[in-house]
Ligand binder design. Structure first.
Ligand code: UN1
Length: 488
């Protein structure tokens, strides 16, 4: 079942835990030939799977969700060890996988088309939905399980086969998820071989998935740079890409905000997951009357966070993923200083081993300069102030990315305006909660440089299906649409 995971031989990937830099595993890479063979096998699996009724397909996903419930803790520990997020967040991530399984199981009985009013007598006009074929998925290190499940669990109930290329930094979580899925397949007993396959390797396998016409729909989560490359390759063969790329998420703190609540929301969104969520809060747009108070409170809150091993239940902030992330963070802080910023925090915090632990940084900026408009995948919160509400909205929208946004206010007019067509331009616009930590029930994703894709709940299932319009004539006549006459 699936692709056998390669044992160490030939070219290897060595994974290290961000906790202490210690080696976790050595794996060999799947080759391009392995990748091509996987696509061919997935096509065969798809042809069988599309014939299984959707509610039955849902039963496979239900079984997987049940298995995840019983394996939640060990899987969370793998997530924590491999990507460095604190245990409560790692458990939350596995819960997110369980939640999407539940959602997809229900969805398997709700995939529906339409009957549309037709202009012709004795005719019927329908819209029906069919699976696309092979669904490919490229995921990032920071949500090594949940983002995969948002796509793959929904794509499976829609009748597709799936191929997953996880981040090179988190192959063990991917292997654990895949092996557990194979257990579900064995229990289910009626799924074709190779329904879900996982490819371990680097960008070359992502390129293969992006360029291969055997993968009609490809989802990619990661940097805007990666997404631009994937988008062009997929478009070049008229494939469908679902892109979830960078965010540069802001929260507006208005004069009427409940400051206690805002503080808690801001600290979790900015410092949680060590600022390594695509929904992490990166910009605070605070009314000038509150700025000094809030900055003082934030420094004290950031200063009191426990930074340390993610496996220690007392830790609030775990390590950055690797040295490169640390270097990028320090470079961003340097640029912020050069652009007039005042930096508090951001320094490396000593910990046993080679992990890169940092104090979350708070950076007061005189303006939304170039560095503020960039996404740095680390805990840096830039603080800007505003006087008029329109100014706050303009700052919120004045960045290339458009993923998540929030406003803290008790003024209903501000809250409504923020969520209206004239307000936030993001895919997620929250009121009185932070920018991160979305539930799976809604569609997840954003606009502009975030890529425009949507995954998880709502009607995102349509991304994994193709739409057919069907006209049926049950009359004895052949009237043409638009009143066209063509007598022979
Ligand atoms: C991501 O960082 O790629 O909304 C996904 C959230 C999580 C998912 C983040 N549920 O923060």
């Amino acid at each position: 079942m699936g692709i056998a995971f390669p044992v160490a031989a030939g070219e290897t990937i060595v994974t290290a835990s961000p906790i202490d830099g210690d080696e976790l595993a050595r794996l060999s890479r799947h080759s391009l030939a392995d990748g091509r063979a996987a696509i061919a096998r997935a096509q065969t699996a798809f042809r069988a799977w599309r014939e299984v009724p959707a509610p039955q397909r849902g039963q496979l996903v239900r079984i997987y969700g049940d298995l995840l419930r019983t394996h939640k803790e060990p899987l969370a520990r793998i997530v924590s060890m491999e990507c460095g997020k604190i245990l409560t967040e790692a458990r939350g991530e596995v819960q997110e996988v369980i939640d999407i399984c539940e959602f997809a199981t229900g969805l398997s009985r709700q995939l529906h088309g339409l009957v549309i009013a037709t202009e012709r007598p004795g005719h019927k006009l329908l819209e029906s939905w069919h699976p696309m074929g092979v669904f490919g998925q490229i995921t990032a290190f920071n949500f090594p399980a949940a983002v995969w499940a948002w796509g793959t669990m929904v794509a499976l109930v829609c009748g597709n086969a799936a191929i997953w290329k996880p981040s090179e930094k988190t192959p063990l979580t991917a292997m654990a998820c895949t092996l557990l899925f194979e257990k579900a397949v064995a229990q289910f007993g009626a799924a074709p071989d190779n329904l879900v396959q996982t490819l371990i390797g680097g960008a070359e396998l992502g390129v293969l998935l992006a360029e291969n016409p055997g993968v009609p729909v490809l989802s990619a989560t990661g940097s805007t740079r990666m997404g631009r490359d994937v988008a062009v390759r997929v478009a070049g063969r008229f494939g469908r890409a679902i892109l979830e790329l960078g965010g540069n998420n802001a929260a507006i703190v208005a004069p009427s905000a409940d400051l206690d609540l805002a503080l808690r929301g801001i600290v979790f969104a900015a410092a949680g997951t060590a600022g390594q969520r695509c929904t992490s809060l990166r910009r605070l747009i605070v009314h000038e009357s509150l700025k000094d108070t809030l900055v003082t409170q934030l420094k004290s809150a950031f200063g009191s966070l426990t930074i340390g091993s993610p496996l220690d239940e007392a830790s609030h902030v775990g390590p950055l993923i690797d040295q490169l992330a640390f270097t990028a963070m320090q470079a961003a802080l340097g640029a912020a200083r050069a652009q007039g910023g005042t930096v508090w925090g951001g320094e490396r915090v000593e910990a046993p081993g080679e992990g890169f632990y940092v104090r979350p940084a708070l950076v007061e900026m005189p303006a939304q300069s170039d560095i503020v408009r960039e996404e740095t995948f680390a805990p840096i919160l830039y603080v800007l102030s505003y006087r008029e509400f329109e100014e706050a909205i303009a700052l919120q929208n004045g960045v290339p990315q458009g993923l998540s946004s929030a406003i803290f206010t008790r003024d209903v007019r501000e809250a409504e305006l923020f969520q209206s067509a004239c307000g936030s331009d993001c895919g997620i616009a929250n009121v009185n909660i932070g920018t991160s930590g979305a539930e799976i029930g809604g569609a997840f994703g954003g606009e502009k440089a975030t890529g425009g894709g949507r995954a998880a709940g709502s009607d995102t299932w349509k991304n994994y299906m193709r739409r057919a319009t069907n006209t049926i004539n049950y009359s004895n006549d052949l009237p043409l649409a638009q009143g066209v006459k063509f007598d022979i």
